[in-house]
Ligand binder design. Structure first.
Ligand SMILES: [Zn+2]
Length: 142
């Protein structure tokens, strides 16, 4: 079980995490699941529509999710998961994350902002709990 992300996509996620600080950013991940490996092609920023304060919570604009699902219908790509940031620097799912995790088929990316550094980690749900999975960065691909 693992995931692979393009360098440019990873850069977009870390930039969004920095820009939203001290609130959480969020967005959707577009790609495909190949066997037991997720391939993340693109990260699409979403409005965080959670009620303020948003330093420890996120809610992806459902309209964006619907629009992307409609646009990707019939293609080889799909919405395979989402990302959000943790302004507290912890690259692990929070209790709030577990409480709102419903779909076991989704990939979760968490971008933890700690000073100038942003650490990105990937998780999926297994038996109602999060499991960290290997995240590889694909360099040199457009
Ligand atoms: Zn979280």
């Amino acid at each position: 079980m693992g995931a692979v992300i393009r360098q440019a996509t990873l850069d977009a996620v870390t930039a969004a995490a920095r820009a939203a600080y001290p609130e959480e950013c969020c967005g959707l991940l577009i790609g495909a699941k190949e066997g037991d490996r997720w391939r993340i092609d693109e990260a699409v920023a979403a409005a965080n529509v959670a009620p303020r304060p948003r330093h420890d919570r996120f809610e992806i604009d459902p309209a964006l999710h619907l629009r992307l699902q409609r646009e990707l219908r019939g293609t080889a790509q799909a919405v395979i998961g989402h990302y959000h940031s943790h302004p507290n620097g912890r690259a692990a799912p929070s209790r709030a994350d577990l409480a709102q995790a419903e779909d076991p088929s989704l990939l979760w990316l968490i971008a933890a902002v700690a000073g100038d550094a942003v650490k990105v980690a990937a998780f999926c749900l297994a038996s109602d709990n999060f499991v960290e999975i290997d995240l590889k960065v694909e360099v040199g691909k457009p």
